[in-house]
Design a protein around this ligand. Structure first.
Ligand SMILES: Nc1ncnc2c1ncn2[C@@H]1O[C@H](COP(=O)(O)OP(=O)(O)OP(=O)(O)O)[C@@H](O)[C@H]1O
Ligand SMILES: [Mg+2]
Length: 445
């Protein structure tokens, strides 16, 4: 079914443009003079913000959870609308995008590897096969299997427990904190350095590890599409150190590295991103090492014509980045805006160029800095009040309105808003954004 009829001409079909990166794709398509089409569910399209709906030249309404049907509907749409490229905003649909591009004969990613960019078990295998430095891992189908893995000691302590398929830090727990405060904690820990004390589990199967496995396994379907998820839990060795992200555009199999960004998270059991800063503060040689490792990760999961968002940690005292994960999609968290403010590079433009088979524009045209900081609640409840003061060089945005429920601070769904600051240096941008966040008022009842 086709909703809306845009003018005929070359365009890009975006599999689910809803989400953080969608608005940057809309702006980028405008700059490049492209028509943007969406493939989505009718009821998801009905809930699009007006801004997104009016930017689209047309919509392919299908069922993205039914691969054969979605591919048939999208292929017919691509042919009748002279679609010249396939893009994707949701990580879970990146394998579908690779299959569609192959079927229609458009530039895309390797469909044989594409599931590794969605499923962290396959990703672990792909990283091992390609020799990409990454944490050691094991599969845990239930708490008893997790206990056996923990008792074997093969992954050391602490352990990271996470869902095989999910994003936004949902269901990710760090069990047994490196501070060695085992037995003390139990709180959510967001922003408070909370620690979950734990042995690997009690004989009755309760205890923090079993609880973490249950949390990782609770997502059976991803909303709003109802896509079925692999509920296997993954146990990983904990990689200490500072965290970074680095995106890679790949066009015709050639990797073009993008700037490295420093990432800050909460400590303790739940690791929620508290902010991102570009440039990263790393020395130029280490920046190149991070970019090289991120590019290897992207290629390992079959990215050939597209973009990958890779997260890495560098253990203290080393210069070896370990890849925590990579996704064959644009970054979330307004990172497109942060990177462009700091370097002049539009990741969304580069991505669209890559999916059209063009050489991506990745040369920096600025050397400034930008930082985004998120407003996180101390606890869940209902938002009573939230306000962000104005300050030169910054802008703020609230994600929730008074009366909205505020989830417990266990994953990125709890964010109340953000502040983005631009300045001459990373240090200044970070301090500016942090200062505005500190003066913001959040009341959760
Ligand atoms: N093996 C690990 N060692 C150390 N920290 C880790 C490890 N795995 C995950 N983390 C921490 O937990 C965070 C979330 O984990 P991960 O990125 O795997 O989940 P996600 O849900 O895909 O995240 P998101 O979509 O928010 O990027 C990471 O950014 C990192 O801070
Ligand atoms: Mg992540």
């Amino acid at each position: 079914m086709t909703i809306g009829t845009g003018p005929r001409g070359p365009g890009v079909l975006v599999i689910e443009p809803m989400g953080n990166a969608g608005r940057f794709l809309v702006e980028a398509a405008d700059r490049l003079g492209l028509r943007l089409y969406a493939a989505t569910h009718k009821e998801v399209h009905d809930a699009y913000p007006d801004r997104l709906r009016s930017a689209l030249a047309g919509v392919c309404a299908t069922d993205l959870t039914d691969t054969p049907r979605a591919l048939a509907d999208m292929e017919a749409f691509c042919r009748s609308h002279a679609v010249a490229g396939v893009a994707v905003c949701f990580e879970l649909f990146t394998p579908l995008a690779a299959l569609l591009a192959e079927r229609v004969g458009l530039p895309g990613n390797d469909p044989r590897l594409a599931r590794a960019a969605r499923n962290k078990i396959l990703m672990g295998e792909a990283f091992s096969a390609a020799g990409v430095p990454a944490p050691r891992w094991a599969v845990a189908r239930d708490a008893a299997e997790a206990r056996r893995v923990a008792e074997s000691g093969g992954l050391g302590r602490p352990l990271v427990v996470k869902p095989a398929e999910q994003g936004g830090s949902w269901g990710v727990s760090v069990v047994d904190d490196p501070d060695g405060a085992a037995g003390r904690g139990g709180g959510s820990g967001a922003g408070r350095g909370g620690v979950v004390g734990c042995g690997p589990g009690r004989p009755d199967g309760s205890g923090p590890l079993a609880a973490a496995v249950a949390v990782a396994q609770r997502f059976t379907h991803a909303q709003p599409h109802g896509l079925e998820l692999d509920t296997t839990a993954l146990l990983q060795e904990y990689v200490p150190g500072a965290e970074y992200s680095c995106d890679t555009v790949v066009a015709g199999g050639v990797a073009y590295p993008l700037p490295v960004v420093r990432k800050d998270t909460t400590r303790g059991r739940y690791r929620i991103e508290t902010g991102h800063t570009c440039p990263s503060g790393l020395d130029p040689e280490l920046v190149r090492t991070v970019q090289h490792t991120a590019a290897r990760a992207a290629l390992a999961v079959g990215v050939r014509n597209g973009i990958a968002h890779t997260e890495l940690k560098i253990p203290p005292g080393t210069r070896t980045p370990y890849v925590i994960e990579t996704g064959a999609r644009l970054p979330g968290d307004n990172l497109c805006e942060v990177v462009e403010a700091a370097t002049g590079v539009s990741e969304a433009v580069a991505y669209l160029q890559a999916v059209l088979g063009r050489v991506p524009d990745t040369v920096a045209t600025a050397s400034a800095a930008a930082s985004i900081r998120f407003l996180l609640p101390e606890h869940g409840g209902v938002l009573r009040h939230a306000s962000i003061p104005e300050a030169p060089g910054t802008h703020g945005e609230l994600h929730l309105r008074p009366g909205d429920p505020v989830p417990e601070p266990a994953d990125s769904a709890c964010r109340i808003g953000h502040v983005l600051a631009r300045a001459a240096t990373a240090h200044l941008a970070r301090a500016l954004a942090a200062g505005v966040v500190a003066r913001s008022r959040v009341e959760v009842g």
